[in-house]
Design a protein around this ligand. Structure first.
Ligand SMILES: Nc1ncnc2c1ncn2[C@@H]1O[C@H](COP(=O)(O)OP(=O)(O)OP(=O)(O)O)[C@@H](O)[C@H]1O
Ligand SMILES: [Mg+2]
Length: 243
């Protein structure tokens, strides 16, 4: 199988001194973002309350149609806010000893309800724990982003499968996620980790940039393979806790 390493140009690693500056910038950007998001949520809350009030007091179909479109827009805006928050939260680390196997298990369990019925997920975990020094929340987001992309690549309403495998061979834990979706075109594959790069209508293009950010913070590496007609596979290596 032809493997394509995600291009260093687009998923560039930073040296230590640049890491410090980068980490500080990301932290203040995180706080700034959380502040703004808080105010946006408050404003949205006022709009929701007002439209609920109007909805209760009218049975005019044209007004109700407008109310429905307000509600849909708010729902979409809340989705956007969640993505921005996920990006901002990546800026602060909560490191500890994490069992990657548990973190993946939890992500799959929590996201299962949002899986379209035609998509099956197979999860192969090793028998014992796989310990790394990491951030449980960030690993959860990482798996969530990969699962979301896999579901979108298969397409809601279509049949398909997602295979998640975890294995470990000192000094690496290896996570693989393979889907039977549309795959990634050769002219696009080197750009998938670029922040704001998306081929989707309504996509933000920050999913894989976040995934790569988490991988990099954990001292790992990521590859993507997409042989023609076979969907996409993401392979992530994370350093195991020293034995
Ligand atoms: N499993 C996959 N199969 C096919 N293409 C993929 C897959 N994962 C990522 N891609 C491609 O990489 C691009 C970038 O993915 P990324 O997750 O960063 O953003 P997005 O999914 O477009 O938007 P968002 O994650 O914000 O909803 C996608 O638009 C898509 O073209
Ligand atoms: Mg995505």
């Amino acid at each position: 199988m032809k493997k394509r390493t995600v291009s260093p140009k687009n998923c560039e690693s930073l040296d230590d001194s640049r890491h410090d500056v980068h980490a500080k910038k990301m932290k203040s950007l995180g706080h700034f973002t959380q502040g703004i998001v808080h105010d946006i949520r408050n404003s949205l809350h006022v709009v929701v309350s007002a439209s609920t009030l109007i909805e209760r007091r009218t049975d005019d179909p044209s007004i109700l149609r407008h109310i429905a479109s307000i509600e849909k827009t708010i729902e979409r805006t809340n989705g956007l806010i969640d993505r921005i928050l996920a990006f901002a939260n990546n800026s602060e680390d909560h490191l500890g000893i994490v069992d990657v196997s548990n973190a993946i298990d939890e992500s799959i369990l929590l996201t299962r309800p949002m899986f379209p019925s035609g998509i099956t997920v197979e999860w192969h975990r090793p028998q014992g724990p796989v310990y790394i020094l990491g951030d449980h929340g960030q690993l959860y987001q990482l798996i969530l982003n990969l699962l979301k992309n896999a579901i979108e690549a298969i397409g809601r309403g279509n049949k398909g499968s997602i295979l998640v495998t975890l294995s470990s061979s000192y000094p690496w834990a290896e996570i693989r996620m393979k889907d039977s979706g549309s795959g990634i075109a050769p002219d696009v594959i080197d750009r998938v980790c670029e922040p704001a790069f998306t081929t989707k209508k309504g996509g933000s293009g920050f999913g894989l940039a976040n995934v790569f950010g988490v991988v990099e913070k954990h001292g790992g590496s990521m590859q993507v393979a997409s042989p023609t007609g076979e969907g996409a596979e993401f392979i992530i290596l994370l350093p195991l806790l020293p034995e």
